[in-house]
Ligand binder design. Structure first.
Ligand code: AHR
Length: 500
C-alpha cells in the first residue's frame, strides 16, 4: 500500500527540547556496577568509570540522565554514598533485594555526568524519608560553601557546586510495590512541602511531581488530579512512566504501542489542564515522561523472589529488530507531543533494560534499540511538524485500528534540514511512503536514508554478534520533480530520512 503525508513548514507544533533524549541510571542490577562503573575494567578511568561504556553513552547522544532511582530511591540514604569510599556502609536495598555497596554515590555520579557532558536529573527519597533529607541533599549539591552540608561536599573533593537543576519528588508513589506507597493527597502534600523547602535552598531548581506508574493503575487519572491539586503552584512537571511488551503473541498490538503512549499522554494533558482550569491558573503544566521503554516485564519474577546478592543480573532484556521499531515509534510519539512533553528518559541506560550492554571485565555493545535512539537524538532537532497520515490501516486487538505508517518530521529552523522518521508497523507488506513537501522555498534532496530492518524480525545483537543488527543505508529514496519524497519501507522497519 501507499501512505501519504504532507509536510509543511507552517505546521510547527513544538520545539524539541534536548531533554527529550534523556536516559536513566538506577542503582539496580548492573546499571551502575559493571555498567557505567567498574574500576577493575581495562578501560576504566582514574575515577573507576568504564571508558568503553562512556564512549557508547556519548554516541547514544543522551543529553540528560536521571539518577539514582527508580524504586531504589524510596529506601535510599544519600548520606551513605558520600565521603571516603572505604567508610561507606553496605546496605540492604529494599527495592531490588540487593546489597548496595555505596561505592558510587552523589559525587561520583555527578562527576561522571559532568565529564560525559550530560545534565543530571536527581530524585529524592519521599518513601522512607522526607523534607529534611531532601533539602539537605540540595544544599549538599548546589550551595557553593559556608554551610555544613556544602562544606562537607567541598571536603569530599567537590570544590564547585554540582548545580543540579532538575529534581524528581520521589518515584512512583502510587505503586503498592513502592517503599512508602501512599495516597495521592498525602503524597501531594509531602511533595509540595519537600519541593518548597528544596526551592528555599536553591530557588533556581525545577521540580517534577510523581504521576501514575502507568495508565493501568487503578488510581490512574484521579492520582494525577489530586496530586496536581496539592502541588500545582510548586512543581514544574508531572511525571509519566510506561513500559511496553508483546503480550499473548499479539505482535500487531505491540508494534502499535505508540498509539497507547499517545492516548496516555493526551489523557494526562487533559487531566492537568482540568486542574489548571479549576485553579484559574495561567500556568500550563509540562510533562516529564521520565521512564519509558520496551520491557518484558512478564518475564520478571518480582523483587520478592530475588536472592540477596551484590550486583545481580536483573532484567537484562535482549532487544530485537521489532523492539527497535517500537522504541523508534515511541520516540516519534514523544516528538509529536513536544508541545507538552519537555523531558523524557529511556529507562534504563546500561544492562538493566538498556540500549547498551556490558560484561564484567569484558566487552560492551549496542543493542538494536540503541540505533533508533542515537539517530533520532542526533538528527530530530528543531521544530516538530504536524503531519497527518492517510494510508493502510492495521486492525489490532489491543488498540483497534492504527495506521501502518508511524511518522514524525522535524525541521531545523537554522539549517533548513528536514528529518523524516518512519516505521512500517505492518508485518507482511512493504509500504510506499509518499510525502508531499509543501511550502518550502527550496528544493530538497535526500542526504541519507538509514534503516533498521531484517528478514528475521527477532534478530538481536549479542556479545558474540554485537553488530548483527545495524542501520543500513537505503538506495532509491528520492525527491521527485513534483517535490514528493518517495521511499520504500519494508515490514517491521524503522527509518530515518535526512533531507537538505
Ligand atoms: O526501571 C525499572 C523500574 O521500573 C524503576 O525502578 C521503577 O521506577 C519502575 O517501576
Amino acid at each position: 500500500g501507499t501512505a501519504r503525508v504532507t509536510i509543511d513548514p507552517d505546521f510547527g507544533l513544538g520545539t524539541v527540547d534536548p531533554r527529550l533524549y534523556g536516559t536513566f541510571v538506577e542503582h539496580m542490577g548492573r546499571c551502575v556496577y559493571t555498567g557505567i562503573y567498574e574500576p577493575a575494567h581495562s578501560t576504566a578511568d582514574e575515577h573507576g568509570f568504564r571508558g568503553d561504556v562512556a564512549g557508547l553513552v556519548r554516541e547514544l547522544g543522551t543529553g540528560l540522565v536521571r539518577y539514582p532511582g527508580g524504586n531504589f530511591v524510596s529506601g535510599y540514604h544519600w548520606e551513605d554514598g558520600i565521603g571516603p569510599a572505604e567508610d561507606r556502609p553496605r546496605r540492604l536495598d529494599l527495592a531490588w533485594r540487593s546489597i548496595e555497596t555505596n561505592q558510587v554515590g552523589t559525587d561520583e555520579f555527578l562527576g561522571w555526568a559532568r565529564r560525559q557532558g550530560v545534565e543530571p536529573m536527581m530524585a529524592v527519597n519521599l518513601g522512607t524519608r522526607g523534607i529534611d533529607a531532601a533539602r539537605a541533599l540540595v544544599e549538599y549539591c548546589n550551595i557553593p560553601g559556608g554551610t555544613a552540608w556544602s562544606d562537607l561536599r567541598v571536603r569530599h573533593g567537590a570544590r564547585d557546586p554540582h548545580g543540579v537543576k532538575l529534581w524528581c519528588l520521589g518515584n512512583e508513589m502510587d505503586g503498592p510495590w513502592q517503599t512508602g506507597h501512599t495516597t495521592a493527597v498525602e503524597y501531594g502534600r509531602l511533595a509540595a512541602q519537600a519541593g518548597k523547602a528544596m526551592r528555599q535552598v536553591d530557588p533556581s531548581i525545577e521540580l517534577v511531581a510523581c504521576g501514575s506508574s502507568n495508565a493501568e493503575m487503578p488510581t490512574f487519572g484521579e492520582w494525577e488530579r489530586e496530586v496536581l491539586h496539592e502541588t500545582y503552584d510548586e512543581v514544574d512537571y508531572l511525571s509519566l512512566h510506561a513500559y511496553y511488551e508483546e503480550k499473548d503473541g499479539d505482535r500487531a498490538g505491540f508494534l502499535a504501542s505508540g498509539a497507547q503512549m499517545d492516548a496516555y499522554i493526551s489523557d494526562i494533558v487533559a487531566t492537568a489542564d482540568h486542574v489548571r482550569a479549576v485553579r484559574r491558573s495561567s500556568k500550563r503544566m509540562k510533562l516529564s515522561f521520565d521512564e519509558w521503554n520496551v520491557w518484558y516485564q512478564s518475564r520478571f519474577p518480582g523483587e520478592r523472589a530475588l536472592p540477596l546478592e551484590e550486583t545481580p543480573r536483573l532484567i537484562e532484556d535482549t532487544y530485537s529488530v521489532t523492539d527497535a521499531a517500537v522504541v523508534g515509534s515511541l520516540l516519534m510519539t514523544l516528538l509529536r507531543h513536544a508541545d507538552r512533553v519537555a523531558i523524557a528518559c529511556l529507562a534504563q541506560l546500561v544492562n538493566v533494560i538498556g540500549p547498551i550492554r556490558s560484561e564484567p571485565g569484558g566487552p560492551s555493545w549496542r543493542q538494536t534499540t540503541f540505533h533508533p535512539f542515537a539517530l533520532t537524538a542526533k538528527y530530530a532537532r528543531g521544530t516538530v511538524l504536524r503531519t497527518e497520515v492517510s494510508g493502510p490501516v492495521i486492525e489490532t486487538r489491543r488498540h483497534g485500528p492504527v495506521d501502518a505508517l508511524d511518522t514524525a518530521t522535524t525541521l531545523d529552523p537554522e539549517t533548513g534540514a528536514l528529518t523524516v522518521l518512519a516505521v512500517n508497523r505492518g508485518q507482511e507488506h512493504d509500504l510506499h511512503l509518499r510525502a508531499a513537501l509543501r511550502g518550502f522555498g527550496a528544493r530538497y534532496r535526500v542526504l541519507e536514508h538509514l534503516m533498521i530492518a531484517d528478514e528475521d524480525p527477532d534478530a538481536a545483537n549479542t556479545q558474540e554478534h554485537p553488530d548483527r543488527v545495524t542501520p543500513q543505508s537505503v538506495n532509491g529514496t528520492r525527491v521527485s520533480g513534483e517535490g514528493e519524497l518517495e521511499a520504500l519501507l519494508p515490514p517491521v522497519s524503522w527509518s530515518i530520512i535526512r533531507l537538505a
